[in-house]
Design a protein around this ligand. Structure first.
Ligand SMILES: *[C@@H]1O[C@H](CO)[C@@H](O)[C@H](O)[C@H]1NC(C)=O
Ligand SMILES: *[C@@H]1O[C@H](CO)[C@@H](O)[C@H](O)[C@H]1NC(C)=O
Length: 485
């Protein structure tokens, strides 16, 4: 794949633009002239946006502008691609999309249906092999994908930068990133802002939404705030992992207590034996004391070996209707193609990524950093309470065939999340839905806190139900949760 073929994409502009943003930076530059060695680095590198390429993506169904770049932060450098909305859609709103993991790259959704051009089974894994996506989000909104946290995908840190390894601190880095984006493109300050993520994004996304709100509130009290005050209008969570306890007992239920069973009796018995100890440890962390040591200790009974998690199951854990897959990069048809395309010289040049990242991994160094801190032994969903009270809507959707982050776990924490909608959510029983977009269930339709369950879909709903997720985006930028009823 390394030989370069003529590509239908042409560069509209390839110049590198470096923009300094903040008045604080200008101030620091003044200091820099006084104390050059101490401040020079800070002055030129913190909270700046570097455009690495403005491209035209055309896979046969019209032109699409994509702006690639880095936001340089104190602790590292976050890579993004801004897929501009088609025609009038560029005025509709901004959807910020990142992935789970933690530490998985954001570049799956844009190339499996959410962006204007997608990979095709059996097609070529290159820019010129992409075909028009039938239901791109860019028809209704601007799509900003960001490799978050630092160390995911094309994002990186140098040896003198120390990025966050836990989702609370990483949320501050995300907030700094978002401030730079909102200042660079002021039109997004006035448009609806949607936070879209999946899987572990339920945890990192909860921290992000709460950090943005907290910092907004702090800035309101400041005499001369430099901050752009902007709240998320909606959070869109796909198969979200937002509460370790709910997920772990829901996993046992789905794998060992529901047909078809995912494990044999031996594994299910071990799993069950560990459950009480695991939940006790998690409750202590949640209710009494949360330290790295306690989280690591909880992992022993709570987290099974990779072989038990991925090799032993009798079906594809990301979609139990599909055959068993191991190693896990074989669980998605597009994974190998995406990896090959991302690592091609053509793609590196098109994105303008730095030589600091030698190789693009679907799950990169950030995953190990977060795992070493046992960041996933927590209950982040509670952070959403003030966010929902402040008026942000929550739409969670879940593929019913997923056993990694089962629908049952999501119902469980949504049923406990204090917010103005909780009463109606709890009293709304799951309604069966069958429409042009999907078959499944919905809880609390037509409200600001809704959960949708999708039959036939697994962990990545976008892959099988692109028309449905596009409709969710269309409604989100119009100011409401998608209502399937
Ligand atoms: C990035 O930061 C992490 C955590 O501080 C560190 O372990 C790693 O070596 C850094 N990466 C590079 C390329 O120096
Ligand atoms: C259950 O599955 C595990 C993992 O695949 C295997 O090692 C073990 O032999 C199985 N036990 C039985 C009783 O089938």
């Amino acid at each position: 794949m390394s030989d370069k073929k003529p590509s239908p994409t042409t560069d509209r502009e390839a110049a590198r633009v470096r923009t300094l943003h903040r008045t604080t930076n200008i101030l620091k530059m003044g200091l820099a002239s006084l104390v050059p060695f101490l401040f020079a680095y800070t002055a030129y590198h913190i909270n700046t946006l570097e455009v690495t390429g403005i491209r035209n993506l055309n896979c046969g169904a019209g032109d699409n502008q994509v702006t690639n770049g880095y936001v340089h932060l104190e602790n590292g450098n976050l890579f993004f691609s801004l897929f501009e909305g088609k025609d009038e859609a560029k005025n509709n709103g901004l959807v910020v999309q990142f992935e789970g993991g933690p530490g998985a790259t954001a570049f799956d959704y844009p190339f499996i249906g959410a962006g204007p051009c997608q990979l095709t089974p059996g097609g070529e894994p290159s820019l010129s092999g992409l075909t028009p996506a039938p239901y791109p989000w860019t028809e209704h909104a601007n799509l900003l994908v960001v490799d978050f946290p630092i160390g995911a995908g094309w994002s990186y840190n140098t040896s003198d930068q120390s990025p966050a390894s836990t989702s609370d601190k990483a949320a501050e880095e995300f907030d700094d990133f978002l401030q730079v984006i909102l200042k660079q493109w002021p039109q997004f300050q006035r448009q609806p802002l949607i936070l879209s993520t999946l899987s572990y994004g339920g945890t990192t996304g909860s921290h992000i939404a709460s950090t943005v709100l907290k910092r907004n509130n702090e800035a309101k009290d400041q005499f001369w705030p430099s901050r752009v005050i902007k709240q998320f209008d909606q959070i869109l969570f796909g198969n979200p992992y937002a509460d370790a306890m709910s997920e772990i007992y829901a996993q046992w239920d789905v794998m060992c207590n529901t047909s078809p069973k995912g494990y044999n009796e031996t594994i299910c018995t071990h799993f069950r034996d560990d459950l009480t100890q695991c939940l006790d440890k998690l409750r202590y962390i949640d209710e009494v004391e949360n330290t790295k040591e306690l989280r690591l200790d909880a992992m022993k009974p709570c987290v099974k070996s990779p072989e038990i998690r991925f090799e032993a199951p009798l079906y594809n854990r990301y979609n139990r209707k599909e055959p068993r897959c191991y190693p896990t990069n074989l669980c998605f048809w597009w994974m190998g193609m995406l990896t090959e395309m991302m690592n091609s010289r053509e793609m590196r040049e098109w994105l303008g990524v730095t030589h600091h990242v030698e190789r693009w991994w679907y799950a990169g160094p950030a995953m190990f950093r977060f795992a070493n801190e046992a960041d996933h032994m927590q209950s982040a969903y509670k952070l959403l309470s003030p966010v929902l009270e402040a008026g942000t809507r929550l739409l969670a959707y879940s593929g019913l065939e997923d056993t990694m982050v089962p629908y049952l776990g999501t119902i469980s924490w949504m049923n406990r999340l204090p917010n103005p909608q909780l009463k109606t959510f709890r009293s709304s029983s799951a309604q069966t839905v069958s429409n042009d977009f999907f078959q499944g269930t919905v809880i609390n339709p037509g409200s600001d806190v809704t959960l949708i369950g999708i039959e036939g879909a697994g962990h990545l709903v976008e892959q099988t139900h692109a028309a449905l997720t596009q409709e969710m985006i269309r409604q989100a930028v119009q100011g409401k949760n998608y209502n399937p009823v």
